[in-house]
Design a protein around this ligand. Structure first.
Ligand code: PLP
Length: 399
């Protein structure tokens, strides 16, 4: 059998996520991994979800609805809670199977083979996978500590680049931890209206802010303006509740959500009814969510501080990192300009893992600056483990 001939060109060209492959490598009991992007297991609200399950099961209609087919756009209970959190009308909300499915459905709704998508360099690899699977050509625009360089985007647009879609992680981006500044948000919307492209605002980390003021979302800034027709916002229960529920949401204009719902039908009919009702119960419990998010933020703030301090205390100036105001990642830099990819295997031998910066610029023409970077996720190691992880890493840094 010639399986190569049987597989579609899409299946051939879709490569597995480097990070998922890498996580398999680091799955060793002695490994201290800063490589994942997982929430702290101790903050998964097991007891509160069990309570939600008992409540959903106990109601006369809830119990059977939880096990029945439901509407493709999502169950009204969860759409209402999400619309309340985003302060938008419920008809703008579609529930997805993780925000990853939201990315995939937006890509499939908008993109034909050869269409152009602008992404930040470096970028979240899951979004690149979805855009590529839809046949898009990717164009990378640089980003810095204020997120996507929107002025640089303006320059390429002026010189004739015509993307159909521009994708940004607005808050505490994966991998850089950067948040798009207020001025850049406004300019991005102006460019979207001027050049007629859709902006995907991917924001799974925004609620993990422990310092500083949150910027208004692109969706909120666009509301009531011509940009409202061109902005789609993606959110997720993964980082605030539990990634295993696979629950995300999408807020967008009707012309786009209608297409998304049609394509979702062919993909999975709808997201799990049971999971939606559980999430609606927990996310809708504002007192619980405030306390829960308060604990997560305080804990992540401590862990991020321990990691950044350890890098500065043990690193002897060879590695540096800024303390983020939220999110799950530190984007550290090797100050002598050496390559973090070259360090990677030695680091695994020493029992510490991270994601080399180059992994996030994969296959996209790039200036190569990211090779001196390391993405470090501080959420799953305890403070004492973070210190040991850093001392292991520092022991192999060039002197
Ligand atoms: C920037 C970004 N977007 C989307 C996702 C997908 O999240 P989920 O499908 O769990 O909602 C992730 C996951 O880590 C992410 O980092």
């Amino acid at each position: 059998m010639d399986s190569d001939a049987l597989l579609s060109s899409r299946a051939h060209s879709t490569v597995s996520s480097v990070i998922r492959d890498l996580l398999r490598l680091v799955d060793r009991p002695d490994m201290l991994s800063l490589a994942g992007g997982l929430p702290a297991p101790e903050h998964l609200p097991v007891a509160r979800i069990a309570e939600a399950l008992a409540r959903v099961r106990g109601t006369r209609v809830g119990g059977t609805r939880a096990l029945q087919y439901g509407p493709t756009e999502g169950m009204v209970e969860l759409r209402e809670v999400v619309a309340g959190r985003l302060r938008c009308p419920i008809n703008e909300i579609v529930i997805c199977t993780g925000s990853q499915q939201g990315l995939d459905l937006v890509a499939r709704s908008l993109l034909d083979p050869g269409d152009l998508v602008v992404v930040a360099d470096p970028s979240y690899l899951g979004s690149l996978q979805s855009f590529r699977a839809a046949g898009a050509e990717l164009h990378a625009v640089a980003s810095d500590e204020d997120g996507l360089d929107v002025e640089a985007l303006g320059v390429v647009l002026e010189s004739g680049l015509r993307p159909k879609l521009v994708s940004v992680v607005t808050d505490f981006a994966n991998p850089t931890g950067a948040t798009l500044s207020a001025a850049r948000r406004r300019r991005l919307l102006e460019l979207a209206v001027g050049f007629g492209f859709v902006v995907v605002e991917d924001n799974p980390y925004g609620e993990l802010r422990w310092a500083g003021e949150a910027e208004p979302s692109l969706g909120a800034l666009a509301a009531g303006t011509p940009a409202a027709d061109l902005v789609v916002t993606l959110g997720s229960a993964s980082k605030v509740l539990a990634p295993g529920l696979r629950l995300g949401w999408l807020r967008g204009p009707a012309w786009l959500t209608d297409a998304v719902v049609r394509l979702k039908q062919s993909s999975d009919l709808h997201t799990s009814s049971l999971d939606q009702l559980l999430a609606a119960d927990v996310l809708g419990d504002t007192a619980f969510m405030e306390a829960h998010l308060g604990l997560i933020r305080a804990d992540y703030c401590t862990r991020a501080g321990v990691l950044v301090d350890a890098l500065s205390d043990f690193g002897g100036g060879r590695i540096e990192a800024a303390l983020p105001d939220g999110g799950m990642f530190v984007w550290a830099r090797l100050t002598d300009g050496s390559s973090s990819s070259d360090l990677f295997e030695r680091a695994l031998e020493e029992g510490v893992a991270f994601v080399p910066g180059a992994a996030f610029s994969l296959d996209i023409p790039s200036d190569g600056r990211r090779s001196d970077r390391l993405r470090m996720c501080f959420t799953t190691l305890r403070p004492d483990e973070l210190k040991v992880a850093v001392s292991r890493l520092v022991s192999i840094l060039p002197r």
